[in-house]
Ligand binder design. Structure first.
Ligand SMILES: *Cc1c(COP(=O)(O)O)cnc(C)c1O
Length: 384
């Protein structure tokens, strides 16, 4: 959340930049871990949502593990001080080099997404004289009712192993002596706001688990992934997602067998609301029947609107004028470089500071240098 007291500091800084409210991040983590402990659940934070080192350190201090999707994320997690036995590594396309990095780091588990991947991990582990735990990332064929680019658990998506392949998977695991099957992993999408999706997922997991139990296979770890959504429309009213309801839905729908550990991989829901992209208005320009507010931040800094048609709340921090309509756009030479159409803002002029809200997840980590723009720096509420 951007407080007014920060605006004076923002005025002295070159824009655009990312700003993180560390008090909100701390409060979010406290609420999340309080709920987690109630049920004795475990969580690995999905680094890809925000990999800023200060953000990561705070998350680590709250006892979360790290969920990584590349070799470099594994290295970063270990460098930041996450204990190797709390690092998991998922992804459909792990390269040999990345697999070696993770094996050298002694991580807890590879979340495997195909038979050929299991074979390659086993043979690399064998050549390094190591043994490693694997979980099967399962494609449960569930529609997360979210944007198609962030749905990952339908049968047509590239992610996970489909149940019809289980016999082949088990045969592969049986002849692979350097891996152990220690878990089942699910992650069906992101920005999921319909909590029925999670009760449906639990019911699917119950069915799928039965298949393994009937074959005498005990699965020690069940990982339900991340995906819990946040409120992009009213970040001030709902700065923290309803973790209580979420975990209670899981608890009442998931069958847990004695000795099993239940894991989660939150990303967005931990870090989105604590971040804002702060930008200056460069020009206000008249268009046909509309006004464009042209910012110095663009899709190169925050690509979600251009990539997923996502919309972020935008606050003008320095104007108290009467409310008018603007198309808020960036400077990049692409028509998709637009943060919002017909947005209501107090009368806006060159030099005004605006906050693009809820930008802490999939914001700075997806920044790029298109048009040779600089990567926006990151500041924090504690020592800006
Ligand atoms: C992206 C990702 C997550 C986190 O998703 P959020 O929607 O940000 O919570 C968790 N697990 C895996 C495997 C992912 O790829």
């Amino acid at each position: 959340m951007v407080q007014n007291k920060e605006t004076e500091r923002f005025k002295t800084l070159e824009t655009p930049f990312y700003y993180y409210d560390m008090e909100l991040l701390r409060e979010t983590l406290k609420r999340y871990t309080d709920e987690l402990k109630k049920y004795n659940y475990h969580a690995h934070y999905a680094l890809k949502a925000n990999a800023n080192v200060r953000v990561l350190s705070l998350i680590k201090d709250f006892g979360l593990g790290a969920d990584c999707v590349s070799g470099n994320e594994v290295s970063l997690a270990l460098k930041t001080g996450f204990s190797p036995d709390k690092v998991v590594y998922a992804g459909v396309g792990k390269s040999d080099k990345e697999i070696k990095t993770a094996l050298e780091g002694g991580i807890f588990c590879f979340n495997c997404e195909s038979v050929p991947e299991i074979e390659v991990i086993n043979s690399i582990a064998e050549s390094m004289g190591k043994k490693v735990g694997i979980a099967l990332r399962i494609n449960p064929d569930i529609d997360a009712h979210t944007h198609k680019y962030i749905s990952t658990g339908r049968s047509q998506d590239k992610f996970g192993i489909s149940p019809w392949m289980f016999d082949e998977v088990l045969a592969t695991i049986k002849k692979s002596s350097n891996i152990n099957l220690i878990g089942l992993h699910f992650h069906v999408g992101s920005q999921i706001t319909d909590l029925n999706v999670f009760s449906m997922l639990c019911k699917r997991v119950n069915e799928l688990q039965k298949w393994f139990i009937e074959r005498g296979i005990f699965i020690e770890n069940i990982n339900l992934g991340g995906g819990l959504g946040i409120d992009y429309v009213n970040p001030d009213e709902n700065p923290i997602s309803d973790f209580k309801n979420y975990f209670s839905i899981i608890n009442s729908n998931l069958i847990v067998y004695p000795g099993q550990k239940i894991h989660f991989e939150p990303g967005r829901t931990i870090v989105a609301q604590c971040g804002s992209l702060i930008s200056r208005v460069l020009y206000v320009k008249m268009g046909k029947g509309k006004k464009f507010a042209i910012l110095d931040a663009g899709m190169n800094d925050l690509i979600r609107p251009a990539l997923y048609q996502a919309s972020h709340r935008i606050d003008n921090l320095t104007s108290k004028g009467r409310i008018m309509r603007y198309d808020v756009v960036g400077p990049i030479c692409e028509s998709s470089d637009r943060f919002g159409k017909n947005l209501l803002l107090p009368q806006t002029k060159r030099g005004d500071l605006v906050a693009i809200r809820s930008a802490g997840a999939y914001g700075q980590v997806m920044a790029m240098r298109y048009n040779q723009k600089d990567i926006a720096p990151e500041y924090f509420s504690e020592n800006i």
